[in-house]
Design a protein. Structure first.
Length: 728
């Protein structure tokens, strides 16, 4: 068990601030201690502090591997001067807007040691000071409040025993009345401010003495349980499930939980679909997700009811058009599928790697164009859209961009009143589309258009709730075209062959890297020690792959990992690989990471203003400390970030398998160990392998590999879409 460090107290004058993040108030500063007059480095979350102020700080001494001895802040307070001389100096320093040296002298001369008390509690008395009128008094009063509100909130959060790093977000949302708003209803934090979790708000509530069965707390617990289910992919929760969770996790009696579920239903926040005989199996939905699921079913049924006009083109002409436009000869399977697709309003195309999905997309696009039809191409992520555009040589967009998503308002411009102008839409990587996005897509689709969904249902499901593509297939409501034939060129690929073996639950053909029979595409390196797995990955990235396979480790090699934590998690491996692959000096520290010029980074959330999307990978091209900005090169396009936007990027030498969906890399390295047990699933292994285009190397144990192959029952997602589609 790790021994906790002793808490120490420092008091001294703040000399200078060397780094300050306005997003989370993370600060690096120099403090001159009162007792020894030594200059020490202090690091941690602080708000509304200025050079010249006296601080009393509690924390621990730590040794940073690069920056040496420093004091990590756990709590702090600003020590206001008590003497008339100190007060005069403090106010005259310019810390409070509107008060300069001469004004400070007049105020202190009038109120002496009670100056701070007067400004804070009786600001109307400032009118007694020469040259201060109502406007000036109001300016000083507001400036004092602005200066001290952040510090007061920080102190409040410290007293509540919660993270103070959320201080900036809370102030941005609630302003100077933040403490009062939180005190009235701490659970507002979970809904008003993204990123603040339920446990944060619940800790505050309990510190404030709110009882565990208080209706507001119980409702917050219920909504938290529902949201957790949605985060894990569930579209609804069973009523009995919610009751059990609230009882086991939050000590809320079942009767109280049931009562508040009814209350949330009456308030319109939940939708309940009653089970005929067992109330525990009542299906409970968050209102927005229920609307999306029922909306998908209704829109699809309506779309499928619209007759399709025969295209007036036979198999022979289809084959000629494809040959003419693409110089491709389609297989009989592809040709039959294409002919059938043209006579349906909505279809699904599915198949594994090497079965010709991309060829079929190109062919559909070519035939529709030959018929004078306007086709839109889209995919769930920026990377998948870019790849679709490359293979079809036609413009493709993300679904969000195609629908005109307004990030600030959270609304889509395209809807039933302003539908998309198209004769057909082809959605690639459709297995990644969640319930909400599919609903908005179908709402914007004209009833006279053709919908073509293309995806591999054996890959990981969408990150968001639902298993939409699989549910649509399960319902048998839509025609589904299964591409099963593996083409000769793909069949010769060990990556494709092994991916299909994994999909069937068979062990892939494993070849050691030291095999002398020439270069292959698929290798397995046996290694059962976590630290040696890390050193093996470093060796592969820095020496073996560049030397033997001629792939650039920065641009062409991607390490994919099942999880974030641990020795073989993304966090640790990113730090290790950054050190060996990028010798440039550290430029900036933010959000728990260090960034350098030349770093490989990933963008973490869709930013439509910058036109950069979740999962896009780029290289940091430059850093401007004066402007507090860094620039990232995304596929030849430069995107600039302020230092306050560092939460939008992370190192990408190693990324999660989930984040890799929709992408393809020349070379992939996948550590697979029993330490990844929770996430060792066949579809995760299959997804990782199919990301590799020319080379896949597994590093780990055969035991972990066998666990993943046998685990073909990942947690079943709770969804009602298939049954809704089957209902007439």
């Amino acid at each position: 068990m790790k021994k906790s460090l002793p808490i120490n107290t420092l008091e001294g004058c703040l000399e200078r601030i060397t780094y300050f993040n306005t997003e989370n108030h993370y600060t690096i500063a120099k403090l001159k201690t009162s007792k020894t007059h030594n200059i020490v480095t202090i690091v941690g979350t602080m708000a509304a502090v200025n050079p010249g102020q006296t601080l009393k700080i509690k924390g621990t001494w730590e040794t940073h591997p690069r920056y040496g001895h420093q004091f990590k802040i756990t709590s702090y307070e600003v020590v206001l001067p008590a003497t008339i001389h100190g007060i005069r100096k403090y106010l005259g320093s310019g810390i409070i807007k509107g008060i300069g040296p001469s004004m400070a002298n007049r105020i202190v001369s009038c109120f002496g040691e009670k100056t701070f008390e007067i400004i804070e509690k009786e600001p109307e008395k400032l009118l007694e000071v020469n040259a201060i009128g109502k406007a000036k008094a109001a300016l000083i009063c507001n400036a004092w409040k602005d200066h001290h509100v952040a510090r007061s909130l920080m102190q409040f959060l410290q007293n509540m025993g919660v993270q103070t790093s959320y201080c900036a977000k809370i102030l941005k949302e609630y302003g100077p009345d933040a403490i009062n708003i939180i005190s009235k209803d701490p659970f507002r934090l979970t809904t008003d401010i993204p990123g603040i979790g339920f446990y944060f708000a619940d800790t505050v509530a309990q510190k404030m003495g709110i009882e565990k069965d208080h209706p507001r707390r119980v409702r917050a617990c219920i909504l938290h349980v529902m949201q957790q289910g949605a985060n894990q992919g569930d579209v609804f929760a069973y009523q009995g499930q919610i009751v059990d969770h609230c009882n086991n996790l939050f000590r809320i009696t079942p009767g109280v939980t049931l009562n508040e579920i009814d209350g949330l239903f009456t308030a319109g926040e939940l939708v309940i679909e009653n089970a005929p005989s067992d109330p525990d199996h009542n299906m409970v939905y968050l209102k927005e997700i229920h609307q999306a699921e029922t909306g998908i079913a209704d829109r699809l049924k309506a779309l499928l009811s619209v007759p399709v006009t025969p295209p007036g083109i036979d198999t022979e002409r289809i084959a000629k058009e494809v040959q003419k436009k693409l110089a491709i000869t389609l297989s009989s399977e592809q040709l039959n599928a294409l002919e059938e697709i043209l006579s349906h309003r909505a279809v699904i195309i599915t198949g594994g790697p090497g079965t010709g999905k991309t060829t079929l997309i190109r062919s559909i696009n070519a035939v529709f164009s030959a018929l004078g039809k306007h086709v839109l191409l889209a995919a769930p992520t920026g990377r998948a859209a870019r790849r679709l555009s490359e293979v079809t040589r036609s413009k493709a967009k993300t679904i969000h961009k195609m629908l005109g998503f307004n990030f600030k308002e959270g609304l889509f411009e395209k809807n039933p009143d302003n539908p998309l102008d198209t004769d057909a839409i082809i959605i690639d990587e459709a297995s990644m589309v969640d319930t909400s996005l599919m609903y908005h897509l179908l709402k914007a689709l004209p009833m006279t258009s053709v919908l073509i969904l293309v995806g591999d249902i054996f890959q990981l499901p969408s990150v968001g709730p639902g298993n939409v593509l699989s549910d649509m297939i399960k319902s048998t409501r839509l025609p589904v075209f299964y591409l099963k034939k593996i083409f000769r060129q793909a069949h010769e690929s060990p990556i494709v062959a092994n991916a299909h073996r994994v999909r069937r639950g068979e062990s892939p053909v494993l070849k050691p890297l030291d095999d002398s029979d020439g270069l292959s595409e698929f290798y397995f390196l046996e290694q059962n020690n976590q630290n040696k797995v890390v050193s093996t990955i470093v060796e592969l990235c820095t020496k073996t792959i560049p030397a033997r396979f001629d792939f650039d480790p920065m641009y062409e090699v991607q390490v994919l990992i099942p999880m974030h934590k641990g020795v073989i998690g993304t966090t640790n491996l990113n730090q290790v690989l950054q050190k060996v692959l990028n010798p440039n000096p550290v430029i900036i520290e933010a959000m728990g990471s260090t960034f350098k010029t030349g770093d490989k980074i990933m963008h973490l959330k869709n930013n439509y203003q910058k036109e950069v999307f979740n999962g896009d990978i780029g290289i940091i091209s430059s850093v401007d400390r004066k402007k507090k900005q860094l620039s990232v090169d995304y596929y030849g396009r430069i995107v600039t970030y302020d230092f306050t936007e560092m939460n939008e990027i992370s190192l990408a030498y190693a990324i999660s398998v989930h984040k890799s969906q929709g992408s393809e890399y020349p070379a992939v390295i996948l550590p697979i160990m029993t330490q990844h047990f929770v996430l060792l699933q066949r579809n995760l292994l299959y997804t990782a392998i199919t990301r590799g285009k020319n080379l896949v190397i597994l590093v780990g144990t055969k035991k972990a590999l066998n666990i993943a192959l046998k685990n073909n029952k990942p947690t079943e997602r709770l969804s009602g879409l298939a049954s809704r589609l089957m209902d007439n």
